[in-house]
Design a protein around this ligand. Structure first.
Ligand code: ATP
Ligand code: MG
Length: 290
């Protein structure tokens, strides 16, 4: 007797389509930058956690790196603090960075960890301070303006990640301290690339709020599905908004030995799985120069 709702040929077809990809990725490191809609929509948050657990179970070494800008802004406003950005970077005095640490490490990171735990694979949350994972240095805005405790990552020590990843899914908050112990806000795209390079990752995947890198940002049908790093580099001066640091992070990842960088629409349920395990994929895939 047939079970209602089950379509054997289609369901088995999907699994069989995934098989060569599962074989290709088995044992490889995949770094996922988690942000945008996938992080704010409650249903998508659940799907994301489930997808990450599935990746671990099929043998990928998955590492999650996250920011949480909207949450930081929300708590700053509750405290009547001024919110200001220069070149897309949050102007961060000592109080701002303290709030960013509390929100990212205390709230956002633990929310992600708890959700992954519930789907049956334990996660461990950490920031750049744990196990000396990141060392930061102060970063100035492009015009040379001092924007406070905004850092770039100078050094990554992956020893702690390698230990944790043996048994758990590491979830990294993009906060880092300098050699004197002062804390900095770090752009999460940059943090994901730093982790991917240092881990010798096969892929870094950026979940975002758009279909991918688009030729015309106003036209979702203009998504560039595949590009070489040199093409991205040539286009970079004309790119604006949050896509610019993201594409820069893709180029840096490829130059640092990561085989593929993907920009994936986090608004689509299971976009991670679709990009990894289906022939068509979704979003933009960037590889080394020809
Ligand atoms: N050519 C382009 N293609 C796609 N998006 C573009 C392009 N140019 C500019 N953008 C903008 O880049 C944005 C994506 O970057 P953004 O920093 O806003 O998101 P995110 O990095 O996913 O999230 P978060 O910064 O909160 O972690 C898009 O929403 C879009 O407005
Ligand atoms: Mg961004």
């Amino acid at each position: 007797m047939k079970t209602p709702g089950i379509r054997p040929s289609r369901d088995v077809g999907t699994l069989l389509e995934a098989l060569p990809y599962i074989r290709e990725f088995h044992g490889r490191t995949i770094v996922v930058k988690y942000g945008g809609a996938a992080m704010t929509d409650p249903a998508l948050r659940e799907e994301f956690a489930r997808d990450v657990v599935l990746l671990k179970y099929v043998g990928l070494n998955v590492i999650v790196v996250h920011g949480g800008g909207p949450d930081i802004t929300k708590y700053m406003r509750r405290l009547d603090m001024e919110v200001e950005f220069v070149d897309g970077l949050r102007v961060s005095d000592a109080d701002t960075v303290e709030i960013a640490k509390m929100v990212l490490i205390g709230k956002v990171n633990k929310d992600i960890v708890l959700r992954i735990n519930r789907y049956g694979q334990a996660a461990v949350g950490l920031s750049g301070d744990d196990g000396n994972l990141f060392r930061a240095a102060k970063q100035l805005a492009t015009g040379g303006q001092d924007i406070g405790f905004v850092g770039r990552i100078e050094k990554v020590d992956v020893d702690v990640l390698n230990h944790i990843a043996q048994d758990y899914i590491p979830v990294v908050a993009s906060i880092a301290a300098d050699a004197d112990g002062a804390s900095y806000n770090v752009n999460a795209d940059e943090a994901a690339t730093a982790v991917a390079r240092a881990m010798g990752a096969y892929k870094v995947m950026f979940l975002t709020d758009v279909e991918g890198w688009m030729r015309d940002p106003a036209d979702p049908t203009s998504v560039i599905s595949e590009a070489h790093a040199d093409e991205v580099e040539a286009a970079l001066p004309s790119i604006s908004g949050g896509m610019r640091p993201k594409l820069q992070a893709c180029i840096d990842a490829i130059h640092g030995g990561v085989t593929f960088a993907h920009i994936v629409d986090g608004r689509v349920p299971h976009s991670l799985l679709l990009e990894l395990f289906t022939d068509a994929g979704i979003g933009t895939k960037i590889r080394a120069a020809r």
